[in-house]
Design a protein around this ligand. Structure first.
Ligand SMILES: NC(=O)c1ccc[n+]([C@@H]2O[C@H](COP(=O)([O-])OP(=O)(O)OC[C@H]3O[C@@H](n4cnc5c(N)ncnc54)[C@H](OP(=O)(O)O)[C@@H]3O)[C@@H](O)[C@H]2O)c1
Length: 172
């Protein structure tokens, strides 16, 4: 099973404005992100990102009418939605995806969750779409304490005249 991390970032490495707004990535990023989530059938997200998707109709979720795995340490969070599965850690998310015989999973954010998966060495490949803007303050791409990860560049691609996609694999 391959584990991909997919992020849209500003040129200064933010994934959301300080109020949590992440409506600024381009339509090309959105299309590429949705295509890979639907191909995988298994997006994984942190609880704060889940809180944001929870305000939207399910048709706007990364895997529309399919499975979503949510990582939370909380005992009080619960859901009866058949397409949402709650797990207690990044490792549990991977174990659940394996049990469900997924070939590909996509870690979809946010920053704390990206960092948690990288820190635990659970990621195989990364896609980063760099959008042409910066915010002085915001939510950083990777936030999970101290870790160091090395990458090998696989490909760079222009998604449009303005958006660059970097594709790396992780050196294990
Ligand atoms: N630009 C992008 O590509 C992109 C993608 C996704 C999201 N976003 C934005 O990112 C923002 C949210 O990011 P964020 O960093 O604040 O939060 P987040 O990563 O979405 O969620 C953090 C929460 O996930 C759970 N979690 C993460 N790691 C865990 C671990 N190792 N063990 C157990 N639980 C863990 C915890 O939930 P509990 O507190 O419940 O324990 C934690 O508080 C939103 O504004 C969203 O719009 C941007």
């Amino acid at each position: 099973m391959k584990v991909i991390l997919y992020a849209a970032i500003t040129v200064n490495g933010m994934i959301a404005k300080k109020d949590g707004n992440s409506n600024w990535p381009s339509p090309e990023d959105f299309a590429s992100f949705n295509a890979i989530c639907r191909q995988s059938g298994c997006p994984i997200m942190g609880r704060r990102t889940f809180d944001i998707f929870n305000t939207l109709p399910f048709t706007e979720w990364p895997n529309t009418d399919g499975l979503h795995i949510v990582v939370t340490s909380s005992d009080s969070l619960s859901t009866s939605h058949p397409n949402i599965r709650l797990v207690k850690s990044p490792k549990q998310a991977i174990v659940l995806a394996q049990k469900l015989h997924k070939d590909l999973v996509v870690v979809t954010g946010g920053g704390q969750t990206f960092g948690s998966f990288l820190k635990e060495n659970l990621i195989d490949e990364i896609f980063i779409d760099i959008e042409p803007l910066a915010f002085g303050e915001g939510i950083p791409f990777l936030s999970a304490g101290d870790f160091e990860t090395k990458f090998d560049l696989i490909e760079t691609k222009l998604l449009s005249s303005q958006t660059i996609q970097l594709h790396y694999c992780i050196k294990k």
